[in-house]
Design a protein around this ligand. Structure first.
Ligand code: ARG
Length: 588
């Protein structure tokens, strides 16, 4: 139970004994920490209900609790606010409990649910851009948090490999290499085993033709037709498409590996090709799909809508299927095969209409029973300093590989300036720089409310001070080195005893707030709660470390207790960073 829930239960009992509502006993962290640690503001409401004086009510509650060992002081302020200070013995005992608990007092989810997280979502043949980076980092962290709570979670990359972009690169390949057998409809031999293009080719081909299609309706029509032919199984197109997918997936795997992100399911939109016809037939026969101008659509608008809600496009007038159709077929599989209770989509907020339409259609057509929770977890745009979506210096899309390279380079610069790891072997320094760079990138991406846009400021993100991943890594590594040095001096960590210094007590109180940060992050699927808490913990530790001189402390049990506290903070810090997907080096 979290500390505030525990304290609330004590106060509730006291209020109920007076005939008041148990809600009156709710205890919260004090808004004025210089005055008290916690407060209970229920006396006013209780007094109103009982038609009594609030200060009198508060006084009766305080009198009934004054002898409890948890409190050192209970006092009333203003009209009847009860201020609470905990006893140092209670604080120490609770800190020891946390230290002895593998889960740091975080309760497991009850009951655990089967969850699918749809994230990453790169598109075959298109370069991976910072949007996919955000999706990957956020999705990865959400998965780590939900898994820790005990949910059965599967992460699915849901690659875009079946839409119009595939028709576009097929047409572009034909324009460049018309004599290849893939384009000869009469060819019935074996197609070459080697792909005719590299990833670099693909990344250049897609933007070129998609740009041209915007000006040239005839070319766009040709690409749409090629897409439908691919979807209908034209042999040469399927063989060529498979090459595109293989080349892309190989590149994605190496990018994601560097990012430290891995997927349980590597499905793409094309995985549902075979299940689409039966799904569509079902929707036609039960009347949910209707024919409209040659296309099959599902109406999803409701009278309560205050924004336009266009129908879902199941089969377009050319007979092709698109993003709506594959997403519906995917939900069908997630419900039927994976028995998902909850599905989360970590996708750019600009796709919110798409998901609203798809979720409505899924529930309306019964593909997903109402009990299955489908939710879009939207995220904002990573912008450059000009406030526009982040681009390379040349104005192009930033590839993931380049970005990671940039972060590592910048981290090396900061390390040089700060004198970090400078006397270590070059190879180790490089590994540390990559870790610092990745920590900086992940933390910067996760620290804001997910739906907000943010400005990519590489110089700030890699600073060893302030709200950065670099700072937190440094904080964790510093504790490792404190523990190492103490050990060398023959000092071991021991049982945590009652705090004697303000900053030591504050650090323990800060530790009590950790379970809440994690459960909030899980409830809202918002890792920034973890980021914010980890920073506060780092700061609280710094103040403690400044005030409590471990190595020169004469009292052995106090010294051992301080080292025990260091060990607990380190464990929590590494745990929290782990939830963010950040790895801590041994030394820095
Ligand atoms: N491939 C899509 C894109 O690049 C993202 C896929 C998101 N997931 C989904 N089930 N629609 O925008």
């Amino acid at each position: 139970m979290s500390l505030t829930s525990f304290l609330s239960s004590i106060f509730s009992e006291a209020f109920v004994a007076l005939g008041a509502n148990s809600a009156a006993g709710t205890v919260v962290v004090s808004k004025k920490p210089e005055l008290a640690q916690f407060q209970c503001n229920g006396a006013m409401a209780a007094a109103k209900a009982l038609k009594k004086n609030p200060r009198e009510i508060a006084q009766t509650v305080v009198n009934s609790l004054a002898d409890r060992p948890e409190f050192s002081e209970l006092f009333i302020a203003g009209p009847g606010f009860i201020n609470i200070r905990l006893s140092d013995d209670f604080i120490a005992a609770r800190t020891r409990d946390t230290a002895n608990d593998e889960r740091f007092g975080i309760p497991p989810a009850e009951p655990p649910r089967t969850v699918i997280v749809d994230y990453g979502g790169p598109t075959v043949a298109k370069p991976m851009h910072v949007g996919h980076l955000r999706s990957s980092i956020i999705g990865d962290s959400v998965i780590r948090i939900l898994r820790f709570l005990g949910h059965e979670v599967k992460g699915d990359i849901h690659m875009g490999d079946w839409g119009l972009q595939m028709g576009m690169v097929i047409v572009e390949a034909e324009r460049r290499m018309p004599t290849l057998p893939y384009f000869d409809a009469a060819f019935d031999g074996d197609y070459p085993g080697q792909p005719p293009v590299t990833m670099d080719d693909l990344q250049e081909m897609y933007p070129k033709i998609s740009g041209e299609c915007k000006q040239d309706a005839g070319l766009l029509d040709r690409c749409q037709k090629a897409t439908v032919e691919l979807q209908n199984g034209r042999r040469g197109y399927v063989a060529l498409w498979r090459h595109f997918v293989n080349v892309s997936v190989e590149a994605m795997k190496s990018d994601f590996h560097r990012l430290g992100v891995d997927f349980d399911l590597w499905f793409g939109e094309s995985a549902y090709e075979r299940t689409i016809p039966a799904m569509v037939e079902g929707m036609k026969s039960n009347g949910h799909a209707r024919l409209d101008d040659g296309a099959w659509i599902i109406d999803v608008a409701s009278d309560a809508d205050n924004k336009p809600m266009p129908p879902v496009m199941l089969i377009n007038s050319q007979g092709g299927t698109g993003y709506h159709t594959t997403d519906l077929a995917t939900i069908r599989q997630r419900v039927n095969e994976f028995k998902a209770d909850e599905v989360y989509y970590v996708v750019d907020k600009r796709q919110s209409l798409h998901f609203e339409q798809v979720f409505r259609a899924a529930h309306k057509t019964g593909i997903a029973p109402e009990s299955v929770h489908l939710e879009h977890l939207p995220f904002g745009t990573m912008n450059g300093k000009d406030g526009k979506p982040f681009k390379t210096r040349a104005g192009g899309v930033m590839r993931l590989k380049e970005l990671i390279g940039m972060m590592t380079e910048e981290a090396s610069k900061r390390m040089l300036e700060a004198g970090v790891a400078q006397d270590y072997p070059e190879a180790e320094r490089t590994i540390i720089a990559e870790k610092v760079g990745m920590a900086a990138l992940r933390y910067a991406d996760l620290m804001n409310v997910r739906s907000a846009d943010y400005v990519f400021d590489i110089e700030r993100f890699t600073q060893f001070e302030g709200r950065t991943g670099a700072y937190l890594l440094y904080a964790a590594v510093r504790i490792k080195s404190i523990l190492r040095k103490a050990k060398e001096a023959g000092f071991e960590a021991g049982d945590i005893v009652a705090p004697s210094v303000d900053s030591e007590r504050d650090l323990m109180l800060k530790l009590f707030a950790m379970p809440n940060a994690v459960t909030e992050a899980a409830r809202e699927k918002m890792p920034h709660h973890v980021c914010g808490y980890a920073f506060d913990l780092g700061q609280a530790f710094s103040r403690f470390y400044n005030d409590c001189h471990i190595m020169t402390e004469a009292d052995a049990s106090r010294r051992a207790s301080w080292l025990g506290l260091c060990r607990l903070v380190l464990r929590e810090m590494e745990f929290l960073l782990g939830l963010l997907g950040i790895e801590t080096p041994e030394r820095m």
